[in-house]
Design a binder for this molecule. Sequence first.
Ligand SMILES: C[S@@+](CC[C@H](N)C(=O)[O-])C[C@H]1O[C@@H](n2cnc3c(N)ncnc32)[C@H](O)[C@@H]1O
Length: 231
Amino acid sequence: MNREKRFFSTRVREHLRAKGMERGTELLRVMRKSNVEYEGLLERLLTQETSFFRYPGVYEAFEKRVLPELHTKKFWKNPRTLRIWSAGCSTGEEPYSIGITIADSLSFADAWNVEILATDVGRHALKHAERGLYKGRSIASVSERQLTNHFSEVSGGYQVKPRLKKMVSFAQMNLASAVYVGRMDMIFCMNVMIYFSEERRRSLVQRFLRHFGTRPGIFSSDTRNQSRRCR
Ligand SMILES: C[S@@+](CC[C@H](N)C(=O)[O-])C[C@H]1O[C@@H](n2cnc3c(N)ncnc32)[C@H](O)[C@@H]1O
């Protein structure tokens, strides 16, 4: 059995135990009758590990290479709009890290209209993302200056400030179905395609490429956590 299959069968067994069921057929029967049961299993199958600025090299390339390129390309457009998609955003750390990088980049001060679309298939993760409350390991890579500028300290952690929150809109979306989200200047799809078959990965990348209004491209990553810029 390969790594992915082992991972899925372990999670399904955990789910059966939690439900007090012995057989997969029993679970299948209840899932066929109820969307809630179907979503319950789906949530258990998802791995939602993430953190702010998870791959420092990606954010450095984004700040130093991608943003200046986009700035030059789109400077004369009216209105000046920057659209970025965080596909598989989990609990929100990735889209907010993108937002912080843009907000801290002097070139994209207030005259730009910045829209970050953050999507995920997991409802629980999206609720957490919309709340925008973080603590512990999740924010370990956020600098003191960024914490002061973009978060308010509250009981239970650090709350994303309204200015940053306004840059990001969250939506539930399954990347396996063909949903059109409009033209994008940049797509982050990190640690998501690891769940997909080779064929589905290829068709998703094709779909991503159709979403571009301008280059430069996509940040993606492979199963061994090596991030790369695809185009
Ligand atoms: C490991 S997290 C990665 C989060 C973030 N991109 C990062 O790299 O830190 C993977 C996310 O992909 C989401 N995901 C998995 N399959 C998906 C699908 N078919 N459509 C949308 N999101 C999916 C999961 O719910 C999870 O939140």
